[in-house]
Design a protein around this ligand. Structure first.
Ligand code: GLN
Length: 451
């Protein structure tokens, strides 16, 4: 724990941590030492972790990296972090993320962008770590924690993992409790780990996951020992290759990465089958209607009365307006406006209802594909990480980065990103495996073979 706290201090320019809980970390580590000394302790006893600032931590600043949650110290602990502490883990601090987890590059945070520890060959340009869990991915890659918690609404665990050469898994919707996780789009949000390798991710997820009656969408199923899946043979496993993911303008090296992944799995004994997910082209527009709609409703609670920031006004409406204008960043305001628009009486049927119908078709595509295969293989993102500031002026090109990840959230499926090589300029690239509902075990088994 001391070594990590020292490393965090030395790596301040990466801007990964927004709060460091040094005293608390040392106390937790001491308690773990005592337990370990007696031959006791949980699965994560004494292991120092970083926590995305979206998870409520009792008495510790929790801001979702938004100005509107300025100074907010929750009086309760999220269920996922509670599970980690129960297993003996140590909290190093809270990690930077896109404001309310809205973004793909960790550039929308009120606390400024996170810097990816990776650089292009022969180039000093600062690179984004992906988003929204950019603090988590960069901290794991720079060894500023052993592993980190993260959340994924449309790719925020998997894409940052791909951009930093780490492993990230978004489990099935309902696997991890959302209780105490700051809500972005409740029907899509899921927690999961970002870790250095597949084994660490398997161990972390087992501790994070589990039924919680405080989350009405939590599913009551036993959590398997994911580590037991590692090293199992891939003989007889059918891996589906969805042809619609070969999108226009996909860089040749992403295509080559995918082909390489197919060859590796073939060599490991898997059978490769072509499958079709015909509604893939509607996934991004569907996601960017459903997610903002839910966000506009979830963020209505930040009114200057109950949490964090309050800017005084001449009456209550004026106070609301001033607080929200000062408290929310540009991207969050854009989403709230889009969401309010698609939910408004005149446009609800044309946009929101239609998007929900298409969402059903997207989910059905997967069900049909899984009649022919056990798992799907795709690239995680259509490019390697880009430079800080390169895409901030163009929200659409930023949204396009989520093209391979949002389908998984819309269908509630599990997805994992595994490091699978480097781009021509030396940045990490990731491959994504998409599984059947609650079949994280197959994801770990195949990811371990790919790693
Ligand atoms: N990049 C996507 C968005 O901005 C996904 C974010 C996430 O998964 N939290 O909405």
């Amino acid at each position: 724990t001391d070594a990590y706290l020292g490393a965090i201090e030395a790596a301040t320019p990466l801007n990964t941590y927004v709060t460091v809980t040094a005293d608390q970390a040392r106390e937790m580590a001491k308690a773990s030492d005592l337990k370990l000394g007696k031959g006791q302790g949980g699965a994560l006893e004494g292991l120092p972790l970083g926590i995305k600032d979206l998870f409520a931590t009792k008495g510790v600043l929790t801001t979702a990296c938004s100005h509107i949650l300025d100074g907010f110290k929750p009086p309760y602990e999220s269920q996922v972090t509670q599970n980690l502490w129960h297993d003996g883990a140590v909290m190093l601090g809270k990690l930077n993320n896109d404001e309310f987890a809205m973004g793909s590059s960790n550039e929308t945070s009120f606390y400024g962008p996170v810097v990816n520890p990776w650089r292009r060959n022969g180039d000093t340009t600062k690179i984004v770590p992906g988003g929204s869990s950019g603090g988590s991915s960069a901290a794991v890659a720079a060894k500023l924690c052993l592993a980190a918690t993260a959340t994924d609404t449309g790719g925020s665990i998997r894409q940052p993992a791909a951009f930093t050469g780490t492993v990230g898994i978004k489990p099935t919707y309902g696997r991890c409790s959302r209780w105490g996780v700051v809500a972005f789009a409740s029907s899509l949000d899921q927690a999961g780990p970002i870790a250095r390798d597949v084994r660490d991710a398997a161990i972390m997820l087992r501790s994070m996951a589990g039924y919680d009656d405080k989350d009405s969408t939590s599913v009551d199923r036993p959590v398997p020992d994911y580590e037991a899946s590692l090293g199992q043979s891939l003989k007889g496993l059918r891996v589906g290759i969805p042809k619609e993911y070969r999108v226009d303008g996909m860089p040749a090296e992403i295509d080559a990465l995918w082909t390489r992944g197919i060859e590796w799995l073939k060599a490991a004994g898997a059978e490769i089958v072509d499958v079709s997910l015909p509604h893939t082209k509607y996934a991004l527009p569907t996601y960017y209607i459903v997610a903002p709609a839910e966000c506009s409703s979830n963020l209505a609670r930040y009114d200057g009365v109950r949490y964090g920031l309050r800017v005084p006004g001449k009456d209550i409406t004026d106070m609301y307006e001033k607080t929200r204008a000062a408290g929310f960043g540009t991207e969050v305001r854009r989403r709230v406006l889009i969401g309010t628009y698609v939910l408004s009486a005149g446009y609800y049927d044309a946009y929101y209802l239609k998007a929900q119908q298409v969402r059903t078709l997207i989910a059905r595509d997967f069900t049909e594909a899984y009649a022919k295969c056990d798992v799907l293989l795709t690239p995680t993102a259509p490019s390697a990480a880009f430079g800080i500031g390169e895409k901030t002026a163009d929200p659409l090109s930023m949204y396009l980065n989520d093209v391979f990840t949002v389908t998984v959230n819309l269908a509630g499926l599990p997805g994992i990103s595994v490091p699978a090589g480097l781009s021509s300029d030396g940045l990490p690239l990731g491959l994504q495996l998409i599984g059947k509902t609650f079949d994280e075990e197959t994801l770990f088994r195949v990811a371990y073979a790919l790693e």
